[in-house]
Design a protein. Structure first.
Length: 153
């Protein structure tokens, strides 16, 4: 009887873990928020597969933010050498503390030996304005401020 009870509890536990709803995925465009299954980007358009299986093609400039697998990406103005550029980039929101937000985005250094390898960049924004561009030396302290544990790949 004990074995049957343990087996029944184990089966219920396994079924409960399968029934957990995955993190929601969504896009926020100029027209509003929509639930989606997946998103992929081209040069100027985003291909979005909606919950019902329909495929939607939107210009990237109409997207404000999106979320995939619990990760939130927001379109932010790119700064170079402390000056704003006309370029907008999707950045992953890593953490928030008060009015400050920590973001990660990838770029490519075409002057390097391996120009095809993406480089992770980190920045702290206050609203839509750059507060601090982080380097390898300042990243650890910034992670501590945001209550995050720094882990190297």
């Amino acid at each position: 009887m004990k074995k049957l009870f343990v087996l029944l509890v184990a089966a219920i536990y396994c079924l409960a873990s399968v029934a957990v709803e995955p993190g929601s995925s969504w896009i926020m465009s100029k027209t509003g928020k929509m639930e989606m299954k997946s998103i992929s980007f081209g040069v100027s358009n985003a291909r979005i597969v909606l919950e019902d299986g329909k495929i939607l093609k939107l210009p990237i400039d109409q997207l404000n933010s999106y979320s995939v697998d619990g990760k939130i990406f927001k379109k932010m103005q790119l700064y170079k050498y402390g000056k704003p550029t006309s370029e907008m980039v999707f950045m992953e929101l890593i953490g928030e503390q008060g009015e400050l937000s920590l973001y990660r985005f990838q770029s490519f250094n075409f002057d390097s030996v391996k120009p095809q390898e993406a480089v992770d960049n980190y920045a702290i924004y206050n609203g839509d304005k750059l507060h601090l561009a982080l380097t390898d030396k300042t990243l650890e302290n910034a992670c501590k401020y945001f209550g995050l544990q720094l882990a190297y790949k």
